[in-house]
Design a protein around this ligand. Structure first.
Ligand code: ASP
Ligand code: MG
Length: 369
């Protein structure tokens, strides 16, 4: 099989962990697979680099931000290649640009427009494991760009599509996608499988384990994803282009948002806008890198196949929310696979727990054994 494996920041946080990743990759190769590896920056590196930028300038330029934060993934790629050499596995590291990841010019939140993985194919043909620096590409004007926070997942998915990989495995310290954040929601369960539509609705509404751009690309290309723990073989969550019966699979909260007035939202970049109405816009602050606009706000979303397209379900979610908050939420929207409620940031944790308990708490649908 041809596999693309992506290892997140916590999986390469120190030299010992990098050696563990090298051993895991070596096992996949020994089992007869061809493997392309994508790495994130070590641990908290990207945040540390961004903090340095903010120490130097109040509003650092987005081109220079990209020059700075693209470095994190390059450190990991070189160290992992060295660790594989030590383990006796031929490997070669590549930057995003060397991997043929061509993007638009939107610094710090660029979109992949073309993938030309010739060098990776040659490396595979030479019996090597190509190690790709995630989260970055090059624009047509030859500028270094980055793909938005969590963008290493996007690197992995676009390469899986371009190389025709059998599976794209996203490895992190969490063993898959859960029905809610298990740190804050009692009764949350790991989901053994999800449709790509459901995974996209989860990513879009703030599930941190999945990057929205990556899942959107997988959705478009019909790529099978597996979210796994680096420490385990097997298990995890299998995400495929299936169409399950209508159901609720999870509740996700997002607190990295701002509510912006109707006049102000026209000036913001479109990819940051989650939803807009006469009441203004809900804006995703993750890739803004400047003073946050508007007032902080949160969303809590109920996600599952067709759950936003079913009026009975919608009424049920709104009634449960009103019971928890003491008043009906003023702002909400529904998409095919989600009902999304806009609430005060301080209300989000309780509402997330209440909705999960009411809709999933006892059912634990599709929970892995
Ligand atoms: N290092 C980048 C980030 O922290 C990209 C990634 O980890 O996927 O957002
Ligand atoms: Mg993005």
């Amino acid at each position: 099989m041809l596999l693309v494996q992506k290892y997140g920041g916590s999986s390469v946080a120190d030299v010992g962990k990098i050696r563990q990743v090298a051993a895991r990759v070596a096992r996949s190769v020994a089992a007869g697979n061809q493997v392309v590896v994508v790495v994130s920056a070590m641990g908290n590196t990207t945040n540390e680099l961004l903090a340095l930028a903010r120490d130097v300038a109040q509003t650092p330029g987005r081109r220079e931000i990209d020059m700075l934060i693209s470095v994190g993934e390059r450190v990991s790629m070189a160290l992992l290649a060295m660790a594989l050499h030590e383990a006796g596995v031929p490997a070669r590291s590549f930057t995003g640009s060397q991997s043929g990841i061509i993007t638009d010019e939107a610094h710090a939140n660029a979109r992949v427009v073309e993938v030309r993985p010739d060098r990776l194919k040659a490396s595979l043909a030479a019996g090597e494991v190509p190690i790709v620096a995630g989260f970055q590409g090059v624009s047509r004007s030859r500028e270094v760009t980055t793909l938005g926070r969590g963008g290493s997942d996007t690197t992995a998915v676009v390469l899986a599509a371009a190389l025709g990989a059998d599976e794209c495995e996203l490895c992190s310290d969490v063993d898959g996608v859960w029905s809610a954040d298990p740190r804050g929601v009692p009764g949350a369960v790991r989901l053994a499988e999800l449709s790509l539509d459901e995974a996209l609705a989860m990513a879009r509404n703030g599930a941190r384990i999945l990057s929205e751009d990556a899942v959107a690309w997988a959705h478009r290309e019909g790529i099978t994803l597996r979210a796994s723990a680096t420490a385990n073989a097997g298990g995890g969550t299998l995400i495929r282009p299936t169409l399950p019966e209508p159901r609720v699979v999870g509740v996700v909260a997002d607190v990295q948002l701002a509510l912006v007035s109707a006049e102000a939202w026209a000036t913001l970049e479109a990819p940051c806008i989650r939803a807009a109405g006469p009441w203004g816009a809900v804006v995703d602050c993750r890739n803004l890198h400047g003073a946050p606009p508007g007032v902080p706000i949160a969303t809590v979303a109920v996600v599952g196949t067709r759950c936003g397209a079913d009026p009975t379900r919608l009424v049920e979610v709104l009634a449960l929310a009103a019971a928890c908050l003491g008043e009906s939420p003023e702002r909400w929207w529904a998409s095919a696979d989600a009902v999304v409620l806009v609430v005060k940031t301080s209300d989000a944790p309780a509402l997330e727990r209440h909705l999960h308990f009411s809709m999933l708490g006892r059912a634990g649908i599709s929970a892995a054994p």
